[in-house]
Every structure is written in structure tokens, then in C-alpha cells.
Design a protein around this ligand. Structure first.
Ligand SMILES: [Zn+2]
Ligand SMILES: [Zn+2]
Length: 331
């Protein structure tokens, strides 16, 4: 099978992903062999390829927003049949026994393994999923269209729920891309008003088109304070910036796996019960709830399709902010 393999972390300008011919893997007892139909490209892939995140294994096939068809199942796999269309997100497997796992917070399990980081992912024609990391997908979406829901959508959903916003509240989104364009739609669907702060003109245009009531840059003042904010851009500066316009009792949620340092925060910005929280990974419940939402609400997923061999080019575009919302590789 063809796969784009990372052998050495390097800036994406050096084309670190190399096209290799690998043998199709055999599923272990608790694994599912999936023929990939589409794999979303995520900023986390960029951090893994370029080395902002330490390597967990090399060589590695990245990719963790995978949609495909089940080809074969190990003997301990139940409830999944060959030919079924499934999706696999970032969270691959957890220990199931630690205090976090027992409280439904398996996203914090220290033994968690991640797709396309600890195990090979979806930048390939086939990949092996853990039996607990395959999810049936709602009908009505093309495979490349639903792929971005599996990370951008799921992490966005976890961050969105963490804001604890209610109908009529104003939710601000800092940074606009794959995840934010889906969260904007979740918010509008549930009766919230959305402010978007982003630099790029084509991101601003998309945010307006999708229904944001205020669109501007981080330096611009919105018409009113907001009840909550999600910071998608990997910028500690924006976390502090969001806090400056946050209503009392509100929450700033940082959605990234990586961010630059947060500048010093005067206590009066935090006072009045304002909260700063990060989200890490996601739980299985998050994935199920988001896919359930995608079944009753038809997300308008804005995506661009590329061939598997174009993975390096897509990462470069993502780095330069040239992907309008989501980018998807099709083998
Ligand atoms: Zn991701
Ligand atoms: Zn655990």
C-alpha cells in the first residue's frame, strides 16, 4: 500500500513526508483493518511533523481524522462488520483502569495512545484501528466531507461544551479554520451569537458567510463583551486578549495542543470568577455526541480535497494559513 511516512521531524518546507510502499498490516486480536477513503489534515499533524511535539515513534504514518471501510476484524472485535463505513479520531486507546479512565475522563489517561502519533494513522491506503476507536458515521455526508468532524469537529465540540454557554449567549472564536468553522455552526444551531477574531481576509469572509455577527482582528473591539471564548490559534497572547473582553463569570477555553507562552495576567482580568481552561484530546462520549449532532444537524463542512502524495504541500498551506477551512487527503 502507498503511505506518506515521516522518518525524521523537519520543517514541512523540507518535504519530510516520504511516499513509501508498505505491506498492508494484519489486525491483532483487538484491531480493525480499515481501507482509508479520506483523512483530514490537522494542525497537530504539522506539530508532529515539524517537531513542536516530541516524537513518540519514527518512522510514523501521521493522520488522525480517518474515514474508511472495514476490511477485516481481529477475533476480539464485536459489533463491527466488514464493509461498514467508520471513522477514527485522535484518541486511539486508553488503559481503562486509572482514576481518569474510571471517571469518564479518559482523555487525560497517562497511558492514552493516539492515532497517527503512537500508532500509524491515515496518510495511507490502509490502517489499523483499535476496536474502541472506530465509530459508525451518520449518512448524508461524503467521506472527505465528514473526515474533518473527527478532530476539528470533536475537539471543537469538547471546547464548545466546556464554555458552558447557553442560548442567547455570545461566544467568541479566536482563530478560524477547520475546527472553528464547525464550532460556529454548533453555536448558531443552539441559539448563540458568534463573534470571530481572525487575521486572514478569506477566513473573515467565510466566518461572515456562515453567520458570525461580528468579524474582526484581535486588535479590534467587538460591540460588546462576550460570555465565553474559544482560542483555536496556538497563541498565548490571544488567551490573554480574550480575557480582556470576557464578561464576569465567563470562561476562556484554549483548544490547542500547543501554544506560545501566555503573557502576564493582572489579577483584575481574572477576578469576578473568570476562568481559563484548556481542553486536551477528547473522550469517546465527545465523539459519540458530536456524530449524533451531525446526524440531526447537517453541518456545512468547507473542505478541499488533495491526493495522498500532496501531503507535504497541504501541510505547507496549512502553516501559511492558506487552507480556508479543512483539508482532506484522499488515497
Ligand atoms: Zn487533530
Ligand atoms: Zn487510563
Amino acid at each position: 500500500m502507498r503511505a506518506m511516512v515521516l522518518e525524521r521531524q523537519a520543517p514541512c518546507e523540507e518535504n519530510p513526508l516520504i511516499l513509501r510502499e508498505l505491506s498492508v498490516p494484519e489486525p491483532a486480536d483487538d484491531e480493525v483493518l480499515v481501507r482509508v477513503e479520506a483523512c483530514g489534515v490537522c494542525h497537530t499533524d504539522l506539530h508532529i511533523v515539524e517537531g513542536e511535539l516530541p516524537p513518540h515513534r519514527l518512522p510514523l504514518v501521521p493522520g488522525h481524522q480517518i474515514v474508511g471501510r472495514v476490511v477485516a476484524c481481529g477475533p476480539k472485535v464485536t459489533g463491527i462488520s466488514s464493509g461498514e463505513r467508520v471513522g477514527t479520531p485522535w484518541l486511539f486507546s486508553v488503559c481503562g483502569e486509572c482514576s481518569f479512565c474510571r471517571r469518564g475522563r479518559e482523555n487525560l489517561c497517562s497511558k492514552a495512545r493516539f492515532t497517527g502519533y503512537d500508532v500509524d494513522g491515515g496518510y495511507a491506503e490502509y490502517f489499523l484501528a483499535h476496536k474502541d476507536s472506530v465509530y459508525p458515521l451518520p449518512e448524508g455526508y461524503e467521506s472527505p466531507e465528514i473526515a474533518p468532524l473527527l478532530c476539528g469537529g470533536v475537539i471543537g465540540y469538547r471546547a464548545y461544551r466546556a464554555t458552558e454557554t447557553q442560548k442567547g449567549d455570545i461566544l467568541a472564536l479566536f482563530g478560524f479554520g477547520s475546527s472553528a468553522h464547525l464550532v460556529l455552526q454548533m453555536g448558531l444551531y443552539e441559539g448563540k451569537e458568534i463573534f470571530v477574531f481572525t487575521r486572514s481576509p478569506h477566513h473573515r469572509e467565510l466566518a461572515r458567510k456562515l453567520g458570525a455577527s461580528f468579524v474582526g482582528g484581535a486588535e479590534d473591539d467587538p460591540p460588546s463583551p462576550f460570555h465565553a471564548a474559544i482560542v483555536f490559534a496556538p497563541s498565548g497572547f490571544l488567551i490573554r486578549r480574550a480575557l480582556e473582553r470576557l464578561a464576569p463569570g465567563g470562561k476562556v477555553v484554549a483548544a490547542g495542543i500547543y501554544a506560545t507562552p501566555v503573557p502576564e495576567i493582572p489579577y483584575e482580568l481574572l477576578y469576578q470568577e473568570r476562568v481559563i481552561q484548556s481542553v486536551a484530546n477528547s473522550t469517546r462520549q465527545d465523539v459519540r455526541e458530536l456524530l449524533e449532532m451531525a446526524g440531526r444537524y447537517r453541518f456545512r463542512v468547507v473542505y478541499e480535497v488533495y491526493s495522498l502524495e500532496e501531503a507535504n504541500e497541504v501541510l505547507k498551506k496549512l502553516k501559511k494559513g492558506q487552507v480556508q477551512a479543512s483539508a482532506v487527503l484522499v488515497p
